[in-house]
Design a protein around this ligand. Structure first.
Ligand SMILES: [Zn+2]
Length: 156
């Protein structure tokens, strides 16, 4: 028998901690009495697609408030468990500002980070990063030094 290949998709989950401190990942917006469409059912091809969908559906506020967690969902026909859900942990990249030497931490998704390193535009690879964090990664210039060189940025 030939089994279909293993597939990896991406999905947001919400972290729930019960009274005993056990962590559970639950579907986001799964209550049909509250939400017409369950966003939590959606599977995405890449972390970028998932982040883009949160933006497209206008769920940024809920995602931040309820601390939606990006997870990799692996469907493995060869595993007796069938599918596995793994939380994608952000990693911290410390960038030393090339002007003042200050070490600045930036939270990134490992897969997104390596895509950027492979030449994907930073705004496509890591759409959820703030402009300041993107600038830090690209030009190794911290916000304070940036403001000193070019004046404070007018957001809007
Ligand atoms: Zn600096």
């Amino acid at each position: 028998m030939i089994l279909p290949p293993k597939e990896v998709w991406y999905q947001y989950k919400q972290l729930l901690v019960d009274s005993e401190g056990t962590e559970r990942l639950i579907s986001v917006q799964a209550d049909p009495m509250v939400f017409e469409d369950c966003f939590g059912d959606n599977l995405f091809r890449s972390p970028q697609d998932a982040a883009q969908a949160v933006e497209d559906y206008g769920h940024e506020d809920e995602a931040a408030e309820d601390q939606w967690i990006l997870c990799a969902v692996t469907f493995d026909p060869e595993s007796r468990y069938g599918s596995m859900i793994n939380r994608i942990n952000n990693i911290t990249v410390n960038v030393d500002c090339q002007h003042c030497g200050k070490s600045c931490p930036v939270q990134v998704v490992p897969e997104q980070y390596s895509q950027w390193k492979q030449g994907i535009y930073i705004q496509d690879a890591m759409p959820q990063l703030s402009p300041d964090d993107r600038e830090l990664l690209m030009s190794r210039t911290c916000t304070a030094c940036w403001d000193e060189m070019f004046g404070p940025e007018d957001d809007e």
